[in-house]
Ligand binder design. Structure first.
Ligand code: ADP
Ligand code: ZN
Length: 731
């Protein structure tokens, strides 16, 4: 049925609420009627809940019992494009619509009436009695003009007490006004000139802006080595998008990276964009959500969930570091923000730019197949060069036990110290040691709730489970056999490596960069800035350092265990290792000094290590693509992971076995079921976990078949089932 442009009072309408109900509900339109897409408050049982007017009512409900919408909320109606997006994203990820709506309304206080605040602007005339303090206030207003300030901002700016401002209000020289608290963001001046681009950069920028000018959906993979100026290039596309009066969204994988990006936006457009991520206050979140809906926010910088903001006129989405695993949401609604970006843009007629030095195989393959355009930037900007890479064959080294820094790497660090340059030692493991072993009984200390080892975090003097977050004081006696003082750390983590470095280089300033060592996003940001400004000689870091930070003094990267990611059965092990090591190596030599990267490895002949060393990237991707194609796995085939979990082990296996047997709906589309098998982590937070994997051809209707298949089974009490389409991790 076609949706009308307006529903008159009492018209039958269909409302989607955020409550866990499996269907849309019919209501009567509120007093005065409402638009389709309107955000409303509806009665549900004894409660009042948030909903969206989805369309005309279905009329499949007892007419006498249909209630009326309480009121329309103070928010721009959801566009029909957004409703289609939520529906399609929900269908794709096999997620109920109420959960999709919750994703799209993750701002507090949306049901509250608009909250107001007082702001202060220049008034009329001068006060009869002028004082130096009053003069300061008037000067501040004259200089910063008509934007208006809160009382606090104005008195701080003028360096006076708030009573001075209040006094001026009485004289009429300052005007006090009520304005909505969720005000628009400052205007971005897209016409300001950007940096002078190099020829390659200009050509790339021209292609992106031409696409923006012609409008319509289009995806470009912007592949450029670290430091090639991808950000400068896509900011040109942002400028073009803003100049056309459309909204732009830049997704960034890590909050710690936003500070640097915000500085660049401010330098380029003269003001800050709206921000949307977990480090933003609740009030600011609501402001961002509302302003995106009214067009009062033109550029948003955010984490993956910003994709579900209520844009009205989206012209561009940039996914920076598009290969980053944090774009996959791994709990709640399991979605890939990169894939959903492409869906949203195709519905909005918007441009997508996927930027990365090391694209995902998915995006690489889409570019190969001609679905995406591809632009390459192969040189670093300015005098910077790509680092030289070489392997250190650890089979030739004789290191005492408990040491991981080879003699060769040690000597290289020493040289950098002598020259006042920075070195980075990379190990992708948090904590002190990955396992703690009892030398009396041979047992390792495990988590009581999970099938996982407890990891020693020596800085915090605790053991921690990286699955459930449970921590425990470091014991002195073995929990298994009770032997005293026989517990020993096995293997290295960043903290232990830092200890080794401190012993080897006693005079060096050492900084450890690991996500768990900073209390807050702000502290982490500070730590990173301090390192960039030369506040450390040696940086010891986890994968946090691989993510786009710019350390100009860094000339040496040592990958302490290049083999680490190659173990394990993950289908993306090779891809991930390749990306991670390239990203980390790319940290070196970003300024005028030449950079070097060393990979410590026990398997220098491994194809991944060889591909990294030789720089034969396309060769690597081609080989990797062929293997996946032959195996029929993503991006050439489709996978769905099903995880069953319950405190009762028997329940999960019984259901899992039953599911594997009654697989007719899947077989009907040629899909195969593997499992049930204990998940790689077979217990988390006391719940037993069993996995099934469904594999099928890309062209077949997998989601429909999954729903038909799953609807055959009754779920025992306490059992949880989650469906992960295109799973990224196999824990
Ligand atoms: P990428 O995003 O590809 O890693 P960036 O855009 O961050 O690269 O650029 C790397 C560094 O070089 C940044 O400090 C950036 O400001 C600088 N840079 C890149 N291109 C130019 C340019 N055309 N003019 C001036 N500085 C540039
Ligand atoms: Zn645990």
């Amino acid at each position: 049925m076609e949706t009308p442009e307006y529903f008159d009072e009492n018209a039958l309408i269909s409302v989607l609420t955020t409550q866990p109900i499996d269907r849309f509900l019919d209501y009567k339109a509120p007093e005065g009627g409402c638009h389709p897409g309107a955000f409303v408050e509806v009665p549900l049982g004894p409660r009042k809940v948030l909903g969206v007017v989805w369309g005309a009512g279905r009329g499949d409900f007892d007419a006498a019992r249909i209630r009326q919408v309480n009121r329309v909320l103070d928010a721009a109606p959801m566009t029909s494009e957004m409703r289609t997006f939520l529906q399609r994203a929900g269908d794709y990820t096999v997620t109920p619509m109420h959960a999709m709506l919750r994703l799209a309304t993750r701002a507090p206080g949306l049901s509250n009436p608009p909250s107001m605040q007082k702001i202060y602007r220049p008034g009329q005339g001068l006060p009869d009695r002028m004082t130096p303090a009053r003069q300061k206030v008037l000067d501040a207003l004259a200089e910063y003009g008509g934007l208006g300030f809160t009382l606090r901002e104005l008195s701080d700016l003028a360096g006076v007490t708030s009573s001075v401002v209040k006094g001026l209000v009485k004289t009429g020289a300052v005007r006090e006004e009520d304005t909505p608290r969720d005000g628009p963001y400052p205007t971005l001046d897209w016409s300001r000139p950007g940096k002078a681009l190099t020829q390659d950069q200009q050509a790339a920028a021209d292609r992106l802006t031409a696409i923006q000018s012609s409008g319509g959906y289009h995806t470009t993979l912007l592949k450029g080595v670290t430091g090639s100026g991808k950000t400068e290039v896509y900011l040109e596309a942002v400028a073009k998008c803003l100049s056309r009066g459309r909204q732009a969204l830049v997704l960034i994988p890590e909050i710690a990276l936003t500070a640097e990006f915000l500085d660049r936006v401010q330098a380029r457009f003269g003001a800050l964009p709206a921000e949307w991520h977990s480090g933003v206050t609740m009030t600011e979140r609501r402001r961002c959500w509302k302003m995106v809906g009214t067009g009062g926010a033109r550029l948003v910088v955010g984490a993956r969930s910003a994709l579900f903001l209520p844009f009205q006129n989206l012209g561009l989405i940039v996914v920076d570091e598009e290969h980053d695993t944090s774009y996959k949401q791994e709990d709640g609604v399991l979605y890939s923000a990169r894939d959903m970006t492409v869906l949203r843009a195709s519905l909005a007629g918007a441009q997508v730019v996927l930027a990365s030095a090391t694209p995902s195989l998915e995006s690489w393959a889409n570019a190969e197949a001609g679905k995406y355009d591809r632009i390459d930037l192969t040189a670093r900007y300015g005098p910077a060069h790509m680092p030289q890479l070489s392997a250190i064959d650890m089979r030739q080294e004789t290191l005492p036990s408990g040491r991981w820094i080879s003699e060769r790497l040690r000597a290289e660090v020493e040289t950098r110290l002598g020259r006042g340059e920075q070195s980075l030692l990379f190990i992708n493991r948090r904590g002190y040691a990955p396992t703690t072993l009892c030398r009396a009984c041979g047992q390792m200390i495990g988590c009581e709730n999970c099938d996982a080892r407890m990891v020693e975090h020596r800085f915090q003097k605790r053991l921690m489970c990286h699955q459930c977050g449970e921590t425990r004081q470091m014991p002195t006696t073995c929990p298994s056999c009770g032997a005293e003082d026989r517990l020993a750390p096995v293997g290295p983590g960043v903290e232990r490596l830092a200890e080794e470095a401190a012993a080897l280089f006693p005079d060096a300033r050492i900084a450890v960069l690991s996500s768990d060592l900073f209390g807050s996003a702000r502290a982490l940001k500070e730590g990173i800035r301090n390192i960039a400004e030369g506040g450390a000689d040696i940086i010891i870091g986890t994968q946090l350092v691989a993510k786009g930070h710019n350390f100009p003094l860094l000339t040496l990267v040592g990958v302490v265990d290049a083999d680490l990611g190659l173990q394990g059965s993950d289908l993306r092990a090779a891809e991930r290792t390749f990306q991670l090591i390239q990203q980390v190596a790319g940290r070196a030599g970003r300024a005028a000094h030449e950079g070097m990267a060393y990979l410590q490895t026990y398997q220098p002949e491994h194809p991944v290590i060889r591909a990294i060393l030789s720089g034969d990237e396309e060769g690597f991707w081609q080989a990797e693509a062929r293997e996946r194609e032959v195996a029929g796995v993503p991006p050439y085939g489709r996978l769905a992971g099903i995880v069953l979990s319950s405190p009762d082990l028997q329940d999960v296996f019984d259901l899992g076995n039953d599911m594997a047997l009654r697989d007719d709906p899947l077989r009907a589309i040629g899909a195969q079921v593997f499992g049930p098998a204990p998940a790689p982590i077979s217990r988390i937070r006391g719940r037993h976990r069993v996995r099934l994997l469904v594999k099928c051809d890309k062209s077949r209707p997998l989601q429909k078949a999954l729903i038909a298949w799953l609807s055959q089974f009754d779920m025992p009490h306490q059992l949880r089932l989650s469906v992960d389409i295109d799973p990224q991790s196999f824990y």
